[in-house]
Write a protein that binds this ligand. Structure first.
Ligand SMILES: C[S@@+](CC[C@H](N)C(=O)[O-])C[C@H]1O[C@@H](n2cnc3c(N)ncnc32)[C@H](O)[C@@H]1O
Length: 226
């Protein structure tokens, strides 16, 4: 394959092949990984809805040195404080244990790749109680409105990463539930659940800016306007 390429294209192909990969776990929409993709990094989205089950994905087929960063937004249904009234039932019927296994699998993958940065995103909840190994890694909380998206959804980050600098603050202080379209978006359908869980774009760009990868060709990226 390589031999049939014009010689002058080989260096650019080699440059692409040595570019670090971003592994984006539990990423269906691609919103958190989008700034990396647009900056020229290679991004691998792993999500059940895209046909990749984290437990079946053969991540060991990728050499550890190739993965520069890991983003992970695991399901929060069984952790978030907003659903605390169901915790006892979920502890009993195995849903809590199943969700804990998903997060522990992230840690297994992180240990294998040893990336330059890794980060897990989840709303306010009981992650540190259920997975004490995470206690020394977070949470660091942010609000979408701190990064230009005019709604509130207090979200925590755990991991080893540079904290994005809040910029484009769109509203001061704490937002009430009535101010947040995302919290008012009720319903249990897959569509509303997906909408509620999309990573806010302003935060995604700020995170990428604060966590560039070494050995990558620097490309200036700007937030999408449309
Ligand atoms: C909280 S949502 C994260 C959505 C993400 N922020 C986005 O913008 O698409 C959790 C995601 O985990 C995925 N998921 C659940 N179980 C999974 C599994 N075993 N393997 C891979 N993905 C899984 C779901 O399909 C869902 O898209």
């Amino acid at each position: 394959m390589l031999t049939s390429l014009p010689l002058k294209q080989i260096p650019s192909l080699q440059r692409i092949l040595i570019r670090p990969v971003i592994v984006s776990l539990f990423d269906y929409c691609g919103s958190w990984s989008e700034p990396y993709r647009r900056a020229g990094y290679r991004v691998l989205q792993v999500d059940k809805k895209l046909g990749f089950d984290i437990f079946k994905w053969n991540y060991k087929a990728i050499k550890p040195g190739l993965v520069g960063g890991i983003l992970a937004a695991p399901p929060c249904d069984d952790f978030a404080s907003s659903g605390a009234q169901y915790w006892a039932k979920k502890n009993h019927d195995g849903r809590t244990a199943a969700s804990v296994r998903l997060v522990k699998e992230i840690l297994v993958i992180v240990r294998y790749f040893k990336p330059q940065f890794w980060v897990i995103e989840n709303p306010v909840g009981r992650l540190n109680t259920l997975i004490p190994a995470l206690k020394s890694f977070g949470p660091w909380y942010f609000q979408p409105w701190q990064f230009g998206d005019p709604w509130s959804k207090k979200t925590g980050l755990w991991g080893v990463f540079n904290k994005p600098e809040p910029a484009h603050i769109t509203r001061p202080g704490k937002c009430a539930r009535k101010d947040s379209w995302i919290l008012r978006l009720g319903g249990k359908s897959e569509k509303t659940k997906t909408l509620r869980s999309v990573t806010p774009q302003g935060f995604a760009y700020a995170f990428c800016k604060a966590n560039p990868l070494k050995d990558c060709i620097p490309v200036k990226v700007q937030r999408r306007t449309s």
